[in-house]
Structures are given as structure tokens and as C-alpha cells.
Ligand binder design. Structure first.
Ligand SMILES: Nc1nc2c(c(=O)[nH]1)N[C@H]1C(S)=C(S)[C@@H](COP(=O)(O)OP(=O)(O)OC[C@H]3O[C@@H](n4cnc5c(=O)[nH]c(N)nc54)[C@H](O)[C@@H]3O)O[C@H]1N2
Ligand SMILES: Nc1nc2c(c(=O)[nH]1)N[C@H]1C(S)=C(S)[C@@H](COP(=O)(O)OP(=O)(O)OC[C@H]3O[C@@H](n4cnc5c(=O)[nH]c(N)nc54)[C@H](O)[C@@H]3O)O[C@H]1N2
Ligand SMILES: [Mo]
Length: 763
């Protein structure tokens, strides 16, 4: 039976090769790698058509990252990056997972494969069903699939026994329809990938600035004095951001990088659009690199704040923007009082840096007025990650570096529409005003009780309080923490359903019954009864724009995500106040409803048709903070890390290689870190290796420690690396089994994927 299926990637090693770490990122090697993926997965002719339409105003939005497209100039065939090309190659692959495939390969055998091997099987072509006790998925009609889900949903004691997850690729239209169905069904159980991603940013920014999104636009990078990139690896995860950083540097901006690793992309970069420069030495991006210890950021930012205060006391009016502080902010006294209670001597060891290095950073902040701070998962996935972000905001507020050209907050989002999904209602705790509007527009009683986030959902399924899991995209088992615990949670369910493009491990770790519903991808044409449709998405900077696929769908039996929601709603809701079939017949009708419910979408259908789309309102960008709890931008008081490592314990962060998209593994190389053909590795400081008696490429087992609990992951190769002492790094998702379900961030409840306490045992 499939009960014994592997929830974790198998332990087997793939034959590591260590290479010298390259000096710069992108350049010709990146282009060659991108085209290689396109050629192998898609073929040359279709591949060129794909790339031609990627991120063009008439084309489709890259499913890679949420970095914005230039508002004006877009180079033909060039607004993509190596990893964007890999992302579309993955989706447009020639390989197919058909009903015949499923009758050949059992679930338990597929689960023995690595995530890389599973992903390479290709696109799913038909809806398939795994009955209770069976080991093979078999074809099912769409109508029967909808009825099966409806039957399971309608026998639950309460709608709160079902969980509806979303991954951040779903379009605004599909996401709005989905949350509408879920709320009319009767629950706010709408966890999403954001719970594991930028939830901490949303929490910290809403409290301090009154909006859970970043404040800068792409153009701000052309007008800034100083950019700080903290806890982010754009060379791999947002490669087009490097172009913006490069342009900013040419215009005179300085760049500070704060990271435990000297990530190649941030150090030196060769413009992909400029082959003439490929032979040269590239452009140095980072002016000052602070190699902070994992989770040493609050301590570091506090020292910077103390140095700013010291300078302001020495030379009054030289550092702080008093006008801004007086007019726009609240709570500076508490911040200054708090800073007095910490000594630099106490904070410094947490950072792993020298005071001289930190002074250089403080001087750059002191001497510049327009500052942008960018961050991603290195900041958001810790116990005190909300503190991290509020401390970032403290610095910007003291400098008045918010709501003016060239300055502000830049949380760089992950999934290409994760921000849009939130805007249109994918959240377990949408504000009352949204729920009120929904109720008014659709005339049904909208549930008000907050729903489960990702961690709550796992715990509820584990306790059998939630019994049906529905995933709109994503790969829940591999993306979530505590793999074995989560596997039990999913297996406890009566039914697990996944709307997916490609096969993944979540199809193999399933409830008593399971369904896979295959959907159209971004790059594919979407026809509904009124004709061809387009969708829209919101990027990291709040621009809503259209996205239209150009390829023939990989199978005739796919439905769009919106059509799947409509089918499900028609089957499940006996009496509905909503005409689901009409809404989905023409996505303009869905957009009209979004406009009616959510402020900022005025004339949605008209404005989304304008090339490049439109900006949503952003109060922080406009320097208006009246919707915070004090009516002003709030300073805050924050706590540094409280982790105390015992002897022979280490801090572990789980990070992405250059060859993956979250749980989708494109290949086995991490070129920019010099590791080829292996993912089961642990990066360690050479002195730490010596003190454990470890040689390069020794095989080790890892144990994580949380309260009195232990978790194990076996078989990793130790690699000496330029990383601070007591810090280590492994790859996500191989190491997720070590992340304890109860180890989450305060306030945001995000799993602490970047701070796991481990010990290391030599084999
Ligand atoms: N090609 C590709 N693109 C992607 C993705 C992908 O998997 N592949 N994923 C998408 C998604 S969903 C997201 S959220 C983003 C993720 O983008 P990133 O956040 O860049 O991804 P991570 O690999 O998690 O990298 C975290 C970085 O933070 C650093 N870091 C870790 N801990 C700390 C710390 O305590 N302090 C500091 N200062 N730094 C720390 C790590 O060394 C690493 O450089 O990328 C998106 N884009
Ligand atoms: N240890 C550790 N864990 C982490 C992280 C970490 O840094 N460390 N990062 C976290 C972060 S930031 C995130 S965002 C989550 C990601 O969590 P998820 O979003 O759940 O995971 P993905 O790997 O992005 O999902 C990939 C799957 O989505 C499906 N898919 C792709 N395109 C489409 C589409 O257009 N429609 C539909 N319906 N399905 C599609 C495919 O079947 C594919 O297998 O993981 C989190 N988990
Ligand atoms: Mo993410």
C-alpha cells in the first residue's frame, strides 16, 4: 500500500563534483544554460516563441519571480533571465504524465524517486483519482471529480474541517473566484505559501507603515543614494534585479550587502543584455559586504541605530530627519530609550562582525538621505523575523527615507503572483472591510472567524480536526516544515486534492482518497465560452498587469484554474447567490467583481488592457500613515535573537540552489556556489569542520534540536565554505524534515526555515 511512501526525498547521493566558485554571475554561461534547458525540455522552435513572449507587454508574465518589468523600455527577446527561462521550460516541457503513465507506475514506486526525477516526468494531462486503498491513480472525468470533492465537503461536520491552500502562481481572477467559493462554502481556511514566505514582512509593515507591501517602485532604483540588500540572493532568485542594481550603481548609488554568504550574484555581475561586456571583468555590485551570522541581523541593525544616535548627539541635525519624524511618526522616544538598554559589547558577538565593519555601514547610512532596503527569506524565516523587519523600518523612518523618490521598503516577493493573491482575498484573516464588501456584493453570510494558516492547518489535520485538503497549486508536503509530521497530517485526511501542472511529491503523500486536477499553465492559451481569455497578476511593486499565454495547451483535457473553481462551486454549493458559469465564461465579469469589492481596481477591465498595467494605491509610497493603529508611521522596539547554542551545536539555514524553483528541481547544480551534481550537502566553516574532525566531503547525519525534541536527516556531504563560524547551510526541501512544526516566528507564525539548531554526526 502507499502508506509507506517516502515523504522525504530519498537519501541516495548523485555523484558530487566541486568546482571553483565563479567570480561573477550571469554572462554567457547563464545564457547558454538557459538555452540548454529550453532546448532539452521544449525544443528550439517552440522555445524561441516562448522566450519572445516572456515578460513582454503583449505576452505572459514569467512564472519565475515577482520582480517587476521595466515600466518603459523592454528589450525584444531579453526580459528574461536564466532561471526564468528554466521556469518556462519546466512548464512547456514535451514530457507528459498521462493516464497510461499512472497505470504503469504505482504511487509507492514513484515516491522512491527524487524530486528532480519526479518533476522531470512532465505535465499532467488528465484528471486522475486514487481510490481508498489503491496504489495506482486512474483517469476520472471532470464531472465525477467535482462530485467526489463536493460529496466529501458536504458530509463534514463543519466547513472549518476543510483546508484550501494556495501557491502564489494563481492569477488574480482565479484566486478571487477561489476565495469566493471557499467563503461561500463557509470557511476562512485559506492558508497560502505566503505564510511560509513574506508573512513576517506583511505583519511588520502593516503595523509600522499601514500597508503589508513594499513602498518602492522600480524607478526608485534610478534615484537612490544607497541600497541595502539584506538576507536575499537575487543572483539566483531574482536575477533581473541585478540589472536594476547595476543601473543604480552607474547612477552613483552605493550598495551594502548583509548575508552570511558572499553570494556571487551580488558581488559581481555581467549584464545578460550586453554581450560586448561578457569578456570584461563584469561590474562590481557590492561596495560593502557584511558577513553577518545567521539571525544576527537585529543585533547588527541595533548597533547601526546606536551609531546613528551617537553621531546625531555629537553633531545635532546631521543624521535624523526631524521634520519627517515630527510630522509623520510615532514612538521615537521608546526606540531611543530601548537603544540605551543595549551595549555594543553585548550585541557585537551575535553579529560575528567587527565594529569597524559596522561603522562603515553606519557611515553610509548617516551620510546618505535616500535609502532603499531590500530583503527576502534571510530576514523573514526566523523566530524574531517581524523584529528584523521592524528594525529595518526604524532605520528608514529615522532617515525620513520612506515615501519619497529613491527611498523606501523593498520586500522582494517570491512567487510571481503571491502579492496579487493576497490583494484579492487569499488570506486566512482578511480584514473586516474586505469581508463586508464581499457580503454586500454577493449577498451571502461571509464567515468571520479567522481561518487556519499553513502551520495551523498541518496541526489541525494531524489532530484530525481538518479532513479535506485542497491545494490550488504548490507542493505542500515538500514546502512545509517537519516533513514526517506533515505527512501524517495529510495521510489523516479523508481526501487530498491538488490542482497542478506537474507531478510532485504531494500527489504521492495523500489522504485516504486523492485527486489530481491538471490545469493550464501561464504560457498556454485559455479559451472559455466567450472566447480567448487573459489573466492579470500583481508584481512585487504593486503593478497589476495582464498575462496571456501563447502556446497550445499541452493536453485537451486541461481546465483553467478559474474553470476548476467554477466546476467545483457548481457541484458543491446547492443554493448559490452566484452565477459561477457566467463569471467564468468571460474573465471580464470576474474583474468587474474584483473592482466592486477591492479598493484601487477602478476601471479594472479598461486599465488592465493598457500596456504595462497600472499601480495599485500604496499609502506608504504616498507618505500617508493614517490607517495604522496610531495614525502615524510607528517606530518599534525589537528583540535580538535568543538562540543559545550548546557545545557542538550549529545554526542551520535552508536555502535554494541556483537550479531549483522552490520544490521544483530543474537540475542538480548550484553553479554559483561551486557544487555540481549533488543536493545533499551541508556548507560549513572550515574551522568548525576541523573541530569536529571532519574532512571535505565526509558523510554526516544531521539532528535538529528543539525543546526536548530531536529530528534526523541522514546522509549529507560536508563542504568547507566561506560561512561564519557556527553557521551552516543546507538545501530546501531536503532539510525540511529538520524544521520543527512548533518552531515559528512570533506574530507571523512563519516556520523558522533559516534558524534550525542542529548537531552534526560523522558517519
Ligand atoms: N530561481 C528561483 N527563483 C526564485 C525561487 C526559487 O526557488 N528559484 N523562489 C521564489 C520564492 S517563493 C522566494 S520567497 C524567493 C526567495 O529568494 P531568497 O530569499 O533570495 O532565497 P533563499 O535561497 O531562501 O535565500 C536566502 C538568502 O538569505 C541569506 N540568509 C539566510 N539567513 C540569513 C540571516 O539570518 N541573515 C541574513 N542577513 N541573511 C540570511 C542566505 O545566505 C541567502 O543568500 O525567490 C523566488 N524566486
Ligand atoms: N526549509 C524551507 N522551506 C521552505 C522555504 C525555505 O526557504 N526553506 N521557502 C518557503 C517559501 S518562501 C515558499 S513560497 C514555499 C513554496 O511553496 P509552494 O508554493 O507550495 O511550492 P512550489 O514548489 O512553488 O510549488 C510547485 C508546484 O506547483 C505546481 N504549479 C506550477 N505552476 C502552476 C500553475 O500555474 N498552476 C497550478 N495550479 N499549479 C502550478 C506544480 O505542480 C509544482 O510541482 O516553500 C516554503 N518552504
Ligand atoms: Mo516564497
Amino acid at each position: 500500500m502507499s502508506k509507506k511512501t517516502n515523504a522525504q526525498p530519498p537519501e541516495k547521493l548523485t555523484g558530487i563534483e566541486l568546482k571553483e566558485i565563479p567570480k561573477s554571475s550571469v554572462g554567457p554561461k547563464a545564457i547558454a544554460t538557459a538555452l540548454g534547458h529550453i532546448k532539452n525540455e521544449v525544443g528550439v522552435v517552440k522555445g524561441i516563441r516562448l522566450l519572445k513572449n516572456l515578460n513582454q507587454k503583449y505576452g505572459f508574465d514569467c512564472p519565475g519571480c515577482a520582480w517587476p518589468d521595466p515600466d518603459e523600455k523592454r528589450a525584444f527577446l531579453a526580459e528574461y533571465c536564466e532561471n526564468g527561462a528554466k521556469a518556462v521550460a519546466e512548464e512547456a516541457t514535451k514530457n507528459k504524465v498521462s493516464p497510461l503513465f499512472f497505470s504503469t507506475y504505482s504511487v509507492s514506486n514513484l515516491a522512491k524517486l527524487s524530486d528532480y526525477e519526479i518533476g522531470k516526468k512532465g505535465r499532467i494531462t488528465h484528471p486522475v483519482y486514487l481510490p481508498e486503498g489503491a496504489n495506482y491513480y486512474k483517469e476520472i472525468s471532470w464531472q465525477d471529480a467535482f462530485k467526489l470533492i463536493a460529496d466529501e465537503l458536504n458530509v463534514l461536520d463543519s466547513p472549518d474541517e476543510a483546508v484550501f491552500y494556495t501557491s502564489g502562481r494563481t492569477s488574480n481572477e482565479a484566486a478571487f473566484l477561489y476565495q469566493l467559493f471557499v467563503r461561500q462554502y463557509g470557511t476562512n481556511n485559506l492558508p497560502d505559501c505566503s505564510n511560509m514566505c513574506h508573512e513576517s514582512s506583511g505583519a511588520a509593515l502593516s503595523e509600522t507603515l499601514g500597508i503589508g507591501k513594499g513602498s518602492v517602485t522600480l524607478d526608485d532604483f534610478n534615484h537612490t543614494d544607497l541600497i541595502i540588500v539584506i538576507g536575499q540572493n537575487p543572483g539566483t532568485n531574482h536575477p533581473r534585479m541585478l540589472t536594476a542594481l547595476g543601473e543604480a550603481k552607474k547612477k552613483g548609488s552605493k550598495i551594502i550587502t548583509i548575508n552570511p554568504l558572499p553570494e556571487v550574484g551580488l558581488m559581481n555581475f555581467k549584464e545578460p543584455q550586453n554581450p560586448l561586456k561578457w569578456l570584461g571583468s563584469g561590474q562590481d555590485l557590492t561596495d560593502l559586504f557584511l558577513q553577518v551570522k545567521i539571525n544576527g541581523d537585529v543585533a547588527l541593525l541595533k548597533i547601526i541605530l546606536k551609531l546613528m544616535l551617537e553621531q546625531e548627539e555629537n553633531v545635532p541635525y546631521s543624521v535624523f530627519d526631524y521634520q519627517f519624524i515630527k510630522d509623520k511618526t510615532y514612538g521615537i522616544e521608546d526606540l531611543l530609550d530601548d537603544l540605551e538598554t543595549y551595549s555594543i559589547d553585548y550585541l557585537l558577538p551575535q553579529t560575528g562582525l567587527t565594529l569597524q565593519e559596522i561603522k562603515k555601514a553606519a557611515d553610509l547610512i548617516i551620510n546618505n538621505k535616500k535609502i532603499i532596503i531590500c530583503w527576502a527569506m534571510g530576514i523573514t524565516q526566523h523566530k524574531n523575523s517581524v523584529d528584523n523587519i521592524r528594525e529595518i523600518v526604524n532605520i528608514l523612518l529615522l532617515k525620513g527615507s520612506i515615501g519619497k523618490k529613491g527611498a523606501g521598503t523593498c520586500p522582494v516577493r517570491g512567487h510571481s503572483n503571491v502579492q496579487g493573491d493576497r490583494t484579492v482575498g487569499i488570506w486566512e484573516k482578511m480584514p473586516q472591510s474586505f469581508l463586508d464588501n464581499l457580503e454586500k456584493e454577493f449577498k451571502f453570510k461571509v464567515p468571520r472567524k479567522h481561518g487556519f494558516d499553513v502551520v495551523d492547518s498541518i496541526e489541525a489535520m494531524h489532530k484530525k480536526k481538518a479532513k479535506v485538503f485542497f491545494g490550488m497549486g504548490g507542493n505542500f508536503i515538500s514546502a512545509t516544515p517537519d516533513t514526517e509530521y506533515t505527512a501524517t497530517a495529510l495521510r489523516n485526511c479523508n481526501l487530498t486534492v491538488h490542482v497542478s501542472t506537474k507531478l510532485n511529491r504531494s500527489h504521492l503523500i495523500h489522504g485516504k482518497k486523492a485527486l489530481i486536477l491538471p490545469c493550464l499553465g501561464r504560457s498556454e492559451k485559455d479559451y472559455q465560452s466567450s472566447g480567448e481569455q487573459f489573466v492579470s497578476v500583481e508584481n512585487s511593486m504593486g503593478v497589476v498587469h495582464k498575462s496571456k499565454g501563447h502556446l497550445k495547451p499541452c493536453s485537451e483535457d486541461l481546465l483553467s484554474e478559474a474553470a476548476i473553481v467554477a466546476g467545483l462551486a457548481n457541484a458543491t454549493l446547492k443554493k448559490s447567490t452566484i452565477d459561477w458559469s457566467k463569471l467564468v465564461s468571460n474573465y471580464d465579469y470576474i474583474r468587474d467583481k474584483i473592482e466592486a469589492v477591492i479598493p484601487g481596481f477602478d476601471n479594472y477591465n479598461e486599465r488592465v488592457r493598457i500596456d504595462g498595467g497600472f499601480y495599485l494605491p500604496n499609502n506608504a509610497r504616498d507618505n500617508d500613515f493614517k490607517n495604522t493603529f496610531t495614525g502615524k508611521a510607528n517606530f518599534s522596539v525589537n528583540l535580538p535573537s535568543d538562540i543559545v547554542l550548546k557545545d557542538n551545536q550549529f545554526m542551520m539555514m535552508t536555502i535554494r540552489t541556483h537550479d531549483q524553483y522552490n520544490t521544483t528541481i530543474y537540475g542538480l547544480n548550484d553553479r554559483y556556489r561551486g557544487v555540481l551534481n549533488e543536493r545533499r550537502v551541508i556548507f560549513m566553516n572550515a574551522d568548525d569542520m576541523k573541530s569536529l574532525g571532519l574532512e571535505k566531503l565526509d558523510l554526516v547525519d544531521l539532528t535538529s534540536h528543539f525543546n526536548d525534541e530531536k529530528r534526523e536527516a541522514k546522509g549529507f556531504l560536508a563542504i568547507p565554505y566561506n560561512i561564519p563560524k557556527q553557521c551552516t547551510a543546507t538545501y530546501f526541501p531536503e532539510a525540511n524534515v529538520l524544521v520543527p512544526i512548533k518552531s515559528t516566528a512570533k506574530i507571523s507564525n512563519t516556520p523558522t526555515s533559516k534558524t534550525v539548531t542542529i548537531s552534526i554526526q560523522k558517519r
